[in-house]
Design a protein around this ligand. Structure first.
Ligand SMILES: CC(C)(COP(=O)(O)OP(=O)(O)OC[C@H]1O[C@@H](n2cnc3c(N)ncnc32)[C@H](O)[C@@H]1OP(=O)(O)O)[C@@H](O)C(=O)NCCC(=O)NCCS
Length: 287
């Protein structure tokens, strides 16, 4: 078994491993009250492949695979954005987990962040992942989830927001620099995939969300953050999920519970060299 840089030809095999690993994990950790998990479908798989191929262009030094007998058996992809290193995906073939492959992959990927004062990752609830991240010096902050159908009678009137445009990206990146030490820059394309971008007209915050979930929300102040989250809830369909809320973002818990969403916990925001950002609800992969 050896660890080597990921090549474009490895990406489909890496996608399969990550789909298998997360599906098995979802099956293993499913609460009895939850529906059966579904394996990542072809459309989402194609999105994963396209995003990872972009990382091979922007961050070739951050993307690694483990190879055994000519087959890819594990992967770690990571990106560096100015002063912050972010672990995007980390997975090992389910039958080979717990044997030290993940430790070697993480060591390799972390070299890409050498000299970065800050590091972020969104950890699954896998206890193996928690051990690896803790050993790598990450502080693990529990992630809260707000999910369910929005009580539309609770929606307040919100003003001062509009649809985002490409010329907004520059000030949005400034907010990201403030909160996490680096912009989303090249990652805005992926964040805006199926999601709408809503921004504060006074440039004090922004959010990416679809009808079913919040992807990322960043603001300069809590009042703007609340307005943005309410707006995303107002646009929601049958069910909505804000899956990455830290306790530093109590304002989001206030909004979610006022909208009668359910509060649960899953996984961790792993941080090194920084406190949990707020008002800021991170994306699960691009942070
Ligand atoms: C997380 C993951 C990538 C780690 O890779 P791995 O090869 O399993 O990791 P390692 O074997 O290097 O390390 C696992 C650690 O957990 C321990 N471990 C193994 N099985 C465990 C279990 N059932 N419960 C708790 N700890 C366990 C190992 O002993 C090891 O700790 P140690 O080095 O202190 O002894 C892999 O387990 C995986 O793909 N999990 C599912 C997908 C996932 O959650 N990815 C992380 C996304 S943030």
């Amino acid at each position: 078994m050896h660890i080597r840089p990921m090549s474009p030809e490895d990406v489909p095999a890496a996608e399969q491993i990550s789909a298998d690993a997360f599906f098995e994990l979802d099956l293993a950790l499913r609460a009895v009250t939850e529906p059966l998990p579904e394996r990542r479908n072809a459309e989402r798989g194609a999105g994963w492949i396209a995003r990872t191929r972009r990382f091979l262009e922007t961050d070739p030094g951050g993307c690694w695979v483990a190879e055994d007998a000519g087959e890819v058996v594990g992967l770690a992809t990571s990106i560096r954005r100015e002063h912050v290193w972010c672990l995007v995906t980390f997975a090992v073939r389910p039958t080979l987990q717990g044997a030290g492959i993940g430790a070697r992959l993480l060591d390799a990927a972390q070299q890409h962040g050498t000299g970065c004062p800050r590091a972020m990752l969104s950890a699954s609830a896998d206890p193996r992942a928690a051990r690896r991240y803790h050993a790598a010096g990450f502080a693990l902050h529990p992630q809260l989830r707000l999910s369910g159908a929005v009580d539309r009678s609770a929606l307040p009137a919100v003003t001062g927001l509009r649809a985002g445009r490409s010329e907004d990206l520059e000030w949005m990146d400034e907010i990201d620099r403030h909160h996490r030490g680096g912009p989303h820059s090249a990652d805005h394309d992926a964040l805006g995939g199926d999601e709408a971008l809503v921004v504060a007209a006074d440039r004090s915050g922004y959010a990416y969300a679809s009808a079913s979930k919040l992807t990322l929300l960043a603001a300069r102040d809590e009042a703007t953050a609340r307005d943005l989250l309410w707006e995303c809830l107002a646009r929601s369909g049958e069910g909505f999920l804000a899956g990455h809320v830290t306790t530093a973002n109590g304002w989001a818990v206030d909004v979610g519970l006022a909208a009668r969403l359910e509060l649960t916990t899953r996984g961790y925001l792993g941080l090194r060299g920084m406190a949990p950002p707020a008002p800021y609800l991170h994306d699960g992969a691009l942070l």
